[in-house]
Write a protein that binds this ligand. Structure first.
Ligand code: DON
Length: 562
């Protein structure tokens, strides 16, 4: 694309944002005939839609949205992190791209332990030692190589525009910067995010990041070798890290075979290991089919109990069996077999509340201010893209690569830093997810595409650490079993159980359902109210054949369709 054309595109986005900063921009419709993007930010959703209106496909849009989010949603959008993509192509293939971070070559099992074996508090969360080798730029370039139709350079222009000209901060942005202001300052000194006391409506410009994105637009490999790589290694190691040139040179994203299961009349396509969400989702949905979930009343005490009990069993298996499939053997087909799943149902009567301590993983022979971000895209050609990307915590390791303006992940905390030790999401890790050089850390990210008669009918995913899996599950059930529209589903209150701790977590909205909460307590659940769970970006095909977006008001998510 010519520079002039790129500029026109950028100006369209900017004009749209200026015209309407808080309400619906004229390009954004949550009901569409042929194409739609739902993401955590209006600017990014508009970018994706515009790319498709200009003839690009959903993969082009995904690349442009991913880079745009690195600018306009720096708490989670990234180039210093990694992610997962599940997609269905117009040619009928179901595909999966794993661009998850890896442990540096110098990483080892005891790297976060004191000599006496105790865990060094927060070492896997803050600063250079917390950083995995980033996969996002490699992943996006690999996606472009195989499925892109527009020029790479063109797809980066909107992100560069937003970095140079700035974007307007929402109240949530300001709250999220303020929550980490102290750590951003202590790790980086003076920095772009804390250079002033931000208020809602202020414009945040990121000139360093703009220069980095321009370099990537001209030559993405400079992220892994050359100018950006050198700056990145210096920043991480000056902050206590162990990154080497060879770590970046060796990084590869990986095409994997998605997990596919049938559920009622649908085909669910989701993430295999090193994601844990796909397996957990597949197990729970299979159990729900066996227990005839469609006969339950939505959000009755017995419905919540059934799901919570199944969640406990799936999370127990997660902790035991799952890790990077390139390092450990995972008995995936056994864990998903009818025999294993029905035995496990018989062993644990799901209609009673079983204390988590008496639920062990099945036998087979052989917490945070949560930030990550998900976007869903469908195009007019028949492609559907579900992509979750993360730097783990909000603002990741809080380390900003000096002079390059991007934030590094703290994904190392997703490993079990010591067997039996909890990570920031309270998830218990086992040996399968222990730290090893070059290994990918286990993830809960659960991008999903749902097919009916081999055509996409739903695209969904969410951030939320351990709660991603249960958030996606509940929305699948709301839509596929209880026939809700996408926005109606996203607006429903959410609950969550992850086996350990043995607590049923409820969003604040449930406080109004006192009778129900009381019944759950009487059944034996320990209830804890917590902050909102997940920020879903999802799309569903309506009975009338339109695409309906579900944009979570727990965040600033926006659906833009045509
Ligand atoms: O990959 C994972 O499971 C985590 N790093 C995801 C972190 C996350 O979702 C944070 N919250 N919203």
């Amino acid at each position: 694309m010519s520079a002039c054309c790129a500029l026109t595109l950028a100006l369209t986005f900017y004009a749209c944002q200026k015209k309407n900063q808080s309400a619906t921009c004229s390009t954004c419709h949550p009901l569409a005939d042929s194409m739609m993007v739902v993401s955590a930010r209006r600017e990014a959703s508009e970018v994706g839609l515009q790319i498709m209106l200009d003839g690009g496909n959903a993969f082009d849009a995904a690349i442009a949205v991913h880079f745009a989010l690195a600018v306009v949603y720096p708490q989670a959008g990234n180039i210093g992190g990694g992610g997962f993509m599940i997609a269905h192509t117009q040619y009928g293939e179901n595909i999966c791209l794993d661009f998850r971070e890896t442990a540096p070559m110098a990483a080892h099992e005891k790297m976060y332990l004191h000599p006496d074996g105790t865990v060094q508090q927060r070492a896997s969360l803050l600063g250079g030692l917390a950083c995995g080798v980033p996969g996002s730029v490699h992943g996006m370039f690999e996606l472009h190589r195989k499925y892109g139709s527009k020029s790479w350079y063109e797809l980066l222009q909107p992100a560069i525009h937003w970095a140079e000209n700035g974007f307007v901060l929402t109240s949530l942005d300001v709250e999220e910067i303020n929550a980490v202001r102290h750590e951003l300052d202590s790790i980086n000194g003076m920095n772009v995010f804390t250079s002033r006391r931000w208020k809602e409506g202020d414009t945040l410009r990121q000139p360093d990041l703009a220069r980095t994105l321009i370099l990537i637009a001209h030559n993405p490999s400079c992220f892994y070798k050359g100018a950006i790589a050198d700056t990145l290694i210096a920043a991480v190691n000056n902050s206590g890290g162990i990154l080497q040139k060879d770590d970046l040179l060796a990084y590869r994203s990986v095409w994997r075979k998605p997990i596919e299961i049938s559920f009622l009349n649908y085909r669910i396509i989701t993430m295999p290991p090193p994601g844990s969400g796909g397996l957990a989702l597949a197990q729970i949905l299979s159990w729900l089919e066996m227990t005839h979930v469609q006969n339950y009343k939505h959000h009755s005490a017995s419905y919540i109990q059934l799901i919570a009990e199944l969640e406990k069993r799936a999370y127990a298996d997660r902790s035991m069996f799952l890790g990077d499939p390139d390092f450990i053997q995972i008995p995936l087909s056994e864990l998903l077999s009818k025999e294993y799943l029905s035995n496990r149902l018989e062993m644990f009567p799901v209609h009673q509340v079983t204390p988590s301590t008496s639920i062990l993983p099945g036998e087979i022979s052989f917490h945070e201010h949560e930030q990550t971000t998900h976007f869903s895209i469908v195009d007019a050609f028949g492609n559907a893209v579900s992509l979750t990307t993360t730097i783990n915590s909000a603002y990741g390791s809080r380390l900003i690569v000096n002079g390059a303006g991007f934030i590094m992940n703290n994904e190392m905390d997703d490993f079990s830093v010591k067997p039996g030790e909890k990570n920031q999401f309270g998830l218990l890790g086992g040996k399968a997810n222990r730290i090893q050089a070059n290994k990918r850390m286990l993830s809960s990210m659960t991008p999903v595409v749902v097919l009916k008669d081999n055509n996409p009918v739903m695209v969904i995913g969410s951030p939320g650490g351990a709660t991603i899996i249960t958030t996606v599950l509940q929305n699948l059930l709301n839509v596929l079993v209880f026939n809700m529209g996408m926005q109606q589903s996203v607006n429903q209150p959410r609950f969550h159980h992850q086996w350990m701790p043995d607590v049923l977590f409820l969003e604040p909205a449930w406080e109004e359902w006192a009778v129900l909460v009381d019944s759950l307590r009487r059944m034996g659940y320990t209830i804890q109210f917590r902050s909102p769970i997940g920020r879903v970006s999802a799309i569903v095909k309506t009975p009338g054949g339109k695409w309906e977006g579900g944009a979570d008001t727990r965040g600033d998510n926006v659906a833009c369709g045509r």
